[in-house]
Design a binder for this molecule. Structure first.
Ligand SMILES: C[S@@+](CC[C@H](N)C(=O)[O-])C[C@H]1O[C@@H](n2cnc3c(N)ncnc32)[C@H](O)[C@@H]1O
Length: 301
């Protein structure tokens, strides 16, 4: 059987399970299985596959037919132009979250020169922590997650990009383990309502860690706690960027107004016009001030 034919067969089986982008997925799995890139795939469409090549590929296709996400099958995903290792210990980073990185980079580029301190809360695979540390050579990033297993994956990604000296991974609950106040907190915390978990697509419900999804009764359990804690962990002039569920904009603004009354807060929509992110800024920096909101000193260099 030639590459062209097996691809066609895989595409039709995948589409038969109502999985979108069946051709793309069939190609992705074949490129992974044969260890080739897309150009090689397309120049080799007439090449016959050996028996072992066929069965190795079809084994991957069968995993996809059982709704295992392609990223877990290949063990790789792209996020903000970087290649990350992923497996079932972590949520697969989503393209939507790249918006937080974009906004974070904008914030960091406007800071006065010097080491910027960043905390990525609920770092998972380390996607945002690694992207920010890679693109901001002056940044020191804490990646915090409650899941020790997620941090094992994050550690692989940090090491992959040689960022061990600028990304510190810490296990713990939200901002609790943060050793010093920071300029920027980014967080994509779980925000699915508990009673909506069972309605998620099988790729998410069956394969992704519940700890990465479950946001409690209203979806805001963790985000609410983070907002309550953040006051004493952000330096003056600092920013908190939160990814939110599309229906959570107003509620999150309410939480901020309640708990951080003089801070600026705004909801930002994505390209599809969906509420995606909340941007929260501390009161403007007093000239020359280096002291954090909780009076914490600027860090250890
Ligand atoms: C939605 S995933 C996001 C992962 C990653 N930031 C990303 O965008 O791909 C949420 C992450 O928050 C972590 N998490 C859940 N509860 C937490 C808590 N109380 N403190 C710290 N991290 C938590 C989960 O383990 C998971 O890795």
């Amino acid at each position: 059987m030639k590459i062209r034919d097996i691809l066609r067969a895989a595409q039709s089986s995948i589409a038969g399970r109502y999985i979108p982008d069946a051709r793309f997925e069939a190609e992705l799995l074949l490129m992974h299985s044969l260890g080739i890139n897309r150009v090689e795939l397309y120049t080799d469409l007439e090449r016959p596959l050996s028996g072992p090549e066929r069965s190795a590929y079809w084994h991957l296709v069968e995993r996809r037919l059982c709704h295992e996400p392609a990223a877990y099958i290949t063990g790789e995903v792209q996020f903000y132009g970087i290649d990350l290792r992923v497996d079932r210990r972590v949520l697969i980073p989503r393209p939507e979250t790249e918006m937080l990185v974009e906004m974070a980079l904008g914030f960091l580029s406007h800071r006065t020169p010097g080491k910027a301190l960043v905390a990525d809360i609920g770092t998972g695979s380390g996607a945002m922590a690694v992207a920010l540390a890679r693109l901001c050579p002056d940044a020191f990033v804490y990646g915090i997650d409650i899941s020790p297993m997620a941090l094992e994956v994050a550690r692989l990604n940090v090491a992959r990009y040689g960022l061990q000296d600028r990304v510190m991974l810490v296990q713990g609950d939200l901002l609790g383990p943060l050793p010093q106040a920071v300029d920027l907190v980014v967080a994509n915390l779980p925000y699915v309502k508990q009673d909506e978990l069972s309605g998620l697509m099988p790729e998410v419900r069956v394969f992704e860690p519940e700890m990465a999804l479950n946001g409690g009764v209203d979806g805001l359990a963790l985000i609410g706690r983070l907002i309550s804690q953040v006051g004493k962990h952000l330096l003056l002039g600092g920013m908190l960027l939160l990814e939110i569920g599309h229906e959570h904009g107003e509620a999150v603004v309410g939480l901020v107004r309640n708990r951080l009354s003089d801070w600026n807060v705004k909801v930002v929509r994505d390209m599809a016009g969906i509420n995606r992110m909340v941007v929260i800024e501390t009161v403007p920096v007093a000239a020359g001030s280096k002291v954090g909101t909780a009076g914490m000193n600027r860090p250890l260099e």
